[in-house]
Ligand binder design. Structure first.
Ligand SMILES: [Zn+2]
Ligand SMILES: [Zn+2]
Length: 82
């Protein structure tokens, strides 16, 4: 009855969402949801439920990059204001 409002399926804009994918969080209608023992998933996530959410990428490399950039900048400043 409440078809005018509410969340719609991520794949079917016309269909109301019944649940959300436990992994990617997409809204799923009843024809899209795949029920597994570990929860409700979209078709794509249901194919690889064991993978789990992507592990947080270590920020170490990012900080190394920042350090290199700062080093280059400091050299530039030294060259400019010598
Ligand atoms: Zn999913
Ligand atoms: Zn759907």
């Amino acid at each position: 009855m409440n078809q005018s409002t509410g969340v719609r399926c991520a794949f079917h804009p016309d269909a109301p969402a019944l649940t959300y994918c436990s992994r990617c969080g997409k809204a799923l209608c009843k024809s899209c949801v795949v029920r597994l023992s570990s929860g409700n998933y979209c078709a794509r996530c249901a194919e690889q439920p064991e993978a789990g959410p992507a592990p947080a990428r270590p920020s170490f490399m990012r900080w190394v990059l920042v350090g290199v950039v700062l080093l280059v900048l400091s050299f530039l400043f030294r060259a400019l204001f010598r």
